[in-house]
Design a protein around this ligand. Structure first.
Ligand code: NAG
Ligand code: NAG
Ligand code: NAG
Ligand code: NAG
Length: 626
């Protein structure tokens, strides 16, 4: 369209009028938080380990997620089935104590007591004792009773029998001052969705942790750990009914790996998944907590220059939606094009530490609709009001678009390029059915979208207000600066169309609509215009369709949009979408040619199992995980 990078880069948002109705920010008084994964932290030399912990504490992270699993240089804590290595548990316990002391009790940990990747020797995790016994039939881990009993013993030894070396011999199941929660496993059924066998394992193990081992009475959360691995933007991989309906599950752990795309930032999928009062968030509110337990930078063809932008976009979207998160992951190894971030590097020499610390700082004071106070006390600083979506300060200047581009977060009608619409906090191309688009007929009865103007009977784009540039031509041009000033309503040389005057923030007119789905999530369609909703709104409890201004009462008793894509589950449901990732018989996992594992070894031949390739992939594809 007309918006070249130059013109778009002149737009400032600093002094534009705000339209309150489009504002979906969280106003609840609960705290969100941010944190990090550090899978191998306990294996570092104590001096390095403590230096890393101090850096993490300084960054305002509240949670560190740790794994009990082997690596190339260290055995598993259960070197043979039913046999445990106390020194490995002591080493882990030392790490818990170091975090507790160095953070003065402000930082807690989440423990993944086993990693499903160890059942197959994938993702760089060595094949452990379970894996050797399973010999490729890894789904037996979930469906065969003997394995369930063995795994229950592992959990019992870790959380009840082992007397803490540093916490007065108490069992880990009682250390709520340092342990926030425990994953049932890291990524159970990793890469397999729908779950084809043993789904009852999930609630069985959750109940074992919560009731038998006593995490529940000690206020330590039971977390699902990222069921089936990577969450697809429109799927339900990480939150199947078996998790949401299991009383022993406290927290749904979500793992997603999204890359920046031409029409989406890396944060756009997060802003969509956690839209306030949508099917997921309204269904779990007050019942379960949602935690993005793993998110990562995914490298693209655009290269590392965009790494900072992608990290900020994701953390920023999660903070705006009030969903706590843990970055995946920190390391003391090289960063390169991987998702890894080395916290000991100076910000100047790292591609990623700056934006991560930036979003951690915002997460520290961000608001959430979900109440985590049982598991993590509020920080002493209080809550911030995220009145405006923070602009991404890390967009490279050479980027095609730097303000209000497709997929960017927005908080008002004028927060996007004028050919786009700001809907549900995301700048998007209006759908065919969205009324009042550019080129649509308009008149006194049929209005245009709020950020457009009606001229000669059709809806037309307005000019963006250019940012006032520094007088000194040697100074860098201002772009994407939230503190910059815009030009007033006078003609300028650049101006080809007139500026639009947006309705005032206190009295927004609302976009034209024919149904609620044309409006923001907190609005309904009132006689052709979007209005703020107060009853029968999206996400509110309902008994019948006629009580919902969204038109539809869903099967969870909440008002919802009609015609939401039905999410099919059950064996084979999504098989077609996944064929791209399918590998035939003889697929060798982890690059070991003689070590054939995978679907061909699973016993029930009638079931269709598609295992995605575990490498870096674009948005929407399953990907390598911590
Ligand atoms: C905090 O979260 C709970 C849901 O867990 C919600 O019911 C409550 O209203 C929230 N508190 C505030 C002050 O918004
Ligand atoms: C969160 O829940 C706790 C009880 O677990 C309650 O005391 C507190 O008031 C709640 N906080 C908010 C902000 O609703
Ligand atoms: C934050 O916003 C709320 C509601 O709009 C307002 O009552 C409160 O005073 C604001 N707090 C600060 C610190 O600006
Ligand atoms: C979401 O629904 C709750 C009631 O379930 C309501 O209090 C809240 O205002 C709604 N939020 C929005 C943004 O519509």
């Amino acid at each position: 369209m007309h918006f070249t990078s130059i013109l778009a880069s002149l737009v400032s948002v600093g002094s534009l009028v705000r339209s309150a109705a489009a504002d979906l920010r969280i106003t609840a008084n609960n705290h969100s938080f941010g944190g990090v994964n550090f899978p191998q932290l306990q294996f570092l030399q104590p001096r390095y380990r403590d230096e890393v912990i101090r850096t993490i504490v300084r960054s305002n992270a509240r949670v560190i997620r740790l794994f009990i699993r082997p690596d190339d240089a260290h055995p598993d804590a259960e070197p043979e089935l039913g046999g445990f290595d106390r020194s490995m548990l002591d080493q882990f316990d030392d790490t818990l104590a170091a975090i507790h002391h160095l953070s003065k009790g402000q930082v807690k940990v989440i423990i993944a007591p086993h990693d499903a990747h160890a059942l197959r020797g994938t993702n760089g995790v060595p094949c452990d004792a379970y894996c050797k016994k399973l010999d490729g039939a890894f789904l037996d881990f979930y469906s065969v009773d003997d394995y369930r009993e063995l795994y229950k013993t592992r959990l019992e030894v870790f959380f009840r029998h082992y007397p803490s070396k540093n916490f007065d011999g108490r069992p880990w199941a009682e250390l709520s001052e340092i342990i926030l929660g425990v994953d049932i496993q890291n990524e159970p059924w990793s890469g397999i969705w729908p779950i084809v066998a043993g789904e009852t394992w999930l609630c069985d193990m959750a109940t074992h942790l919560k009731d038998t081992l006593g995490l529940g009475e000690n206020n330590i959360a039971v977390i699902t750990g990222g069921i089936s691995g990577a969450q697809m933007p429109e799927g339900i991989q990480n939150f199947p009914d078996s998790a949401i309906d299991c009383p022993a599950v406290d927290v749904i752990g979500i793992h997603g790996y999204y890359a920046q795309e031409s029409d989406a930032t890396a944060g756009t999928p997060w802003a969509s998944i956690f839209l306030p009062n949508n099917t997921l968030t309204s269904r779990v509110l007050g019942k379960k907590l949602l935690l993005v337990e793993e998110w990562s930078y995914m490298n693209t063809d655009n290269g590392l220059a965009y790494k900072k932008q992608a990290i900020f976009d994701q953390g920023n979207a999660l903070n705006y939606r009030g969903i706590p998160w843990l970055y995946s992951h920190l390391t003391i190894r090289d960063e390169g094009t991987t998702a890894r971030i080395n916290p000991l590097r100076e910000p100047q020499s790292s591609f990623a530490i700056g934006p991560l610390v930036n979003v951690l700082r915002h997460a520290y004071k961000a608001r959430s609709n979900f109440n985590w106070s049982k598991y993590l006390p509020a920080p002493p600083t209080g809550l911030s009001n995220l009145t405006l979506v923070p602009l991404n300060p890390y967009i490279p200047e050479q980027s095609d678009c730097v303000f209000g581009c497709e997929g960017f977060l927005c908080d008002s009608a004028d927060g996007c390029r004028t050919d786009l619409i700001c809907k549900n906090s995301i700048c998007q191309v209006p759908s065919e059915s969205q009324p009042g688009k550019v080129g649509d007929v308009c008149n006194s009865k049929k209005v245009c979208q709020e950020h457009l103007k009606c001229e000669s009977g059709t809806c037309q784009e307005c000019d963006s207000r250019p940012t006032i540039q520094p007088d000194d031509p040697r100074k860098v041009k201002v772009y994407n600066d939230p503190n910059a000033q815009c030009r007033a309503d006078k003609n300028t040389l650049l101006q080809t169309r007139s500026y639009c005057t947006l309705p005032s923030a206190s009295n927004p007119r609302g976009n034209p609509c024919t149904n609620a789905a044309h409006c923001d999530a907190n609005q309904y369609c009132d006689w052709g215009l979007c209005k703020r909703c107060t009853e029968g709104c999206l996400g509110m409890p309902c008994k019948s369709n006629n009580k919902c201004k969204t038109g539809f009462c869903n099967s969870y008793g909440r008002c919802d949009y009609p015609g939401m894509k039905k999410i099919v589950s059950g064996p084979g449901a999504y098989a077609r979408d996944w064929t791209r990732n399918r590998k035939g018989a003889g697929w060798n996992v982890g690059g070991r040619k003689d070590d054939v594992r995978g679907p061909n070894k699973v016993r029930d031949e009638a079931m269709k199992i598609n295992i995605p390739k575990e490498t870096v992939q674009a948005t929407g594809q399953p990907a390598a995980t911590a």
